[in-house]
Design a protein around this ligand. Structure first.
Ligand SMILES: *[C@@H]1O[C@H](CO)[C@@H](O)[C@H](O)[C@H]1NC(C)=O
Ligand SMILES: *[C@@H]1O[C@H](CO)[C@@H](O)[C@H](O)[C@H]1NC(C)=O
Ligand SMILES: *[C@@H]1O[C@H](CO)[C@@H](O)[C@H](O)[C@H]1NC(C)=O
Ligand SMILES: *[C@@H]1O[C@H](CO)[C@@H](O)[C@H](O)[C@H]1NC(C)=O
Ligand SMILES: *[C@@H]1O[C@H](CO)[C@@H](O)[C@H](O)[C@H]1NC(C)=O
Ligand SMILES: *[C@@H]1O[C@H](CO)[C@@H](O)[C@H](O)[C@H]1NC(C)=O
Length: 466
């Protein structure tokens, strides 16, 4: 009798040592009270911590001040623009990337404490822990290099040369290969991790600009998203070639995966449509087939990650400061949580907190702040529209405009009527669109800071040619 009992004990012991992180194949553990979800909140400069077993927002980790408080000051020393997120496979650490201060911050998931902070290369964007659960490989968009950081002690300990503008790094399941996409090259680099060298470059991606990409749970497929042209390049990693390009839609953000009823589905957030498109892919070498979409409760869905049991997809709405909890079987949003301001990346970490409440070192920075949106036509300009977003920030409000289908080389002016001003319009900000591949122009991120709430009514905002 002793043999089988021992075998079961050994099995249980190894199971608890090796966590299964999402996206995972069927059979991974159910959502647990030890799991956590994190969002990178650019405007509040925080990481929001969520407990998925109860869909509770536990609080935020502040990486510095909110936008425009002290960050422009000459004596400011902390991080700016909390953006990218990655994690170690053992669930003990996350890495947070601050794009404007070039900071890589490693946080211990057990108690949310910052254990190392490295000031890295120009415009670091996304990074991930390699399979050693210690080194963080970070893509530095302003260079042609991935920097390798010691996550525990901090500091750059190596680098790998890549094509220009590396944007994100992911690792194969066995940890032997790393994959890198770019913002200035229509290619995917495949790196030998031990040699720290690119061993193959897959060419022919749909665009030179790719912010995000994701590996399927079996590691055989990578979907590379192209925000500027609204497409996704689907790559078969077994044959190392492009399978197809999906026309996903304007402002395509992040891809991720879930396996439901033994079928692999790719999920792609399409910000301008306020939806996450869903495609089934029957084999890595086959073109995915569109099956439907998850309607967001809010505006501009961005980062997303499934639970390891494949039942839920968590999607951050960048312009609503919320996270939607979607059911992968029904493709419906079943809960919505209020998080920090302007969420970018979102990750799900299984077994992040193995003892205690995991609520140490959390605050409320960026939570429960006012946000208003208005989607309006651009006056006298057929088909052009503008999404106007107004957020409360410390001291001033942030007025953000996304202009779509604009005329190239044309200047537009945003104006609004102030309260009790008898209809008098006040100009708030002007901008010129950037020409795109489709022959029109867009203005992806017009930013201005002013006192808006209590002074202007968002329903009076107009955008027209200057
Ligand atoms: C990293 O963590 C994973 C998941 O727990 C584990 O399987 C792996 O052995 C760890 N790697 C090292 C080098 O400790
Ligand atoms: C990159 O690493 C090489 C050694 O592998 C080193 O000589 C070089 O200085 C590093 N470059 C940067 C910019 O750190
Ligand atoms: C799941 O699908 C794979 C092929 O994609 C097949 O080989 C396998 O038998 C299926 N498993 C079940 C339980 O249906
Ligand atoms: C989401 O986007 C669609 C398409 O642009 C738009 O029709 C809809 O009004 C938006 N939803 C919200 C809540 O703004
Ligand atoms: C209007 O914009 C949409 C994309 O948002 C595009 O598909 C359509 O062709 C445009 N129509 C005209 C008349 O420009
Ligand atoms: C916009 O201006 C640039 C620079 O002056 C010029 O090269 C380009 O041809 C113009 N585009 C259009 C569509 O007029």
């Amino acid at each position: 009798m002793k043999g089988p009992v021992l075998a079961v004990l050994v099995f249980l012991a190894t199971r608890t040592l090796a966590q299964i992180q999402a996206p995972a194949l069927p059979g991974a553990p159910l959502i647990s009270s030890q799991d956590r979800i994190y969002t990178g909140d650019q405007t509040s400069n925080t990481v929001t911590v969520i407990k998925p077993s109860t869909n509770e927002v536990l609080g935020t980790i502040a990486l510095g001040d909110q936008r425009l408080t002290d960050v422009l000051g000459p004596q400011y020393l902390q991080s700016i623009n909390s953006h990218g997120l990655g994690f170690s496979r053992d669930g003990r650490y996350i890495c947070s990337i601050s794009v404007s201060s070039n900071t890589v911050t490693v946080i211990k998931t057990e108690d949310n404490s910052i254990i190392s902070q490295t000031f890295a290369d120009r415009a670091v964007h996304e990074g991930f822990f390699s399979a050693d659960n210690r080194t963080v490989w970070v893509a530095s968009r302003g260079t042609s290099r991935v920097d390798i950081i010691d996550g525990l002690n901090g500091g750059i300990i190596g680098n790998v040369s890549t094509k220009p503008g590396p944007s994100k790094v992911l690792f194969s399941q066995d940890g032997k290969l790393a994959y890198v996409n770019h913002i200035r090259s229509p290619t995917l680099d495949i790196i030998d991790v031990d040699k720290r060298q690119v061993v193959q470059t897959i060419t022919g991606l749909a665009d030179v600009f790719s912010s995000d990409m994701m590996l399927s749970a079996d590691g055989k497929s990578v979907w590379v998203a192209h925000k500027m042209v609204g497409k996704v390049t689907v790559i078969d990693l077994q044959n190392r070639k492009v399978v197809t390009v999906l026309d996903t839609g304007t402002e395509t953000n992040h891809p991720n995966f879930a396996v439901v009823n033994n079928i692999t589905y790719g999920f792609v957030t399409v910000a301008a449509l306020n939806e996450t498109k869903v495609y089934r892919q029957d084999a890595p070498s086959l073109a995915p087939i569109y099956v439907g979409a998850i309607q967001s409760s809010g505006i501009e869905p961005h980062g997303l990650w499934p639970s390891p049991d494949n039942t839920r997809m968590y999607i951050v709405n960048e312009h609503s400061d919320t996270v939607d909890v979607a059911d992968t079987a029904t493709l419906k949003v079943i809960d919505t949580l209020n998080v920090g301001q302007e969420g970018q990346a979102l990750i799900y970490v299984a077994e992040a907190v193995t003892s205690g409440s995991g609520t140490q070192n959390l605050g409320r920075q960026g939570l429960d702040m006012r946000i208003d949106n208005s989607l309006i036509p651009v006056l006298d300009q057929r088909n052009a529209s503008a999404l106007v977003t107004v957020r409360s920030s410390t001291g001033l409000d942030m007025v953000q405009v996304i202009g779509r289908n604009l005329q190239p080389n044309t200047t537009y002016e945003v104006s609004a009527s102030c309260n009790n001003c008898n209809g008098i319009r006040v100009p708030l900000v002007s901008f010129t669109g950037q020409s795109n591949a489709m022959g029109c122009a867009t203005a992806p991120q017009v930013l201005s800071f002013l006192k808006f709430h209590g002074v202007y009514d968002i329903d009076t905002v107009q955008v027209k040619r200057a």
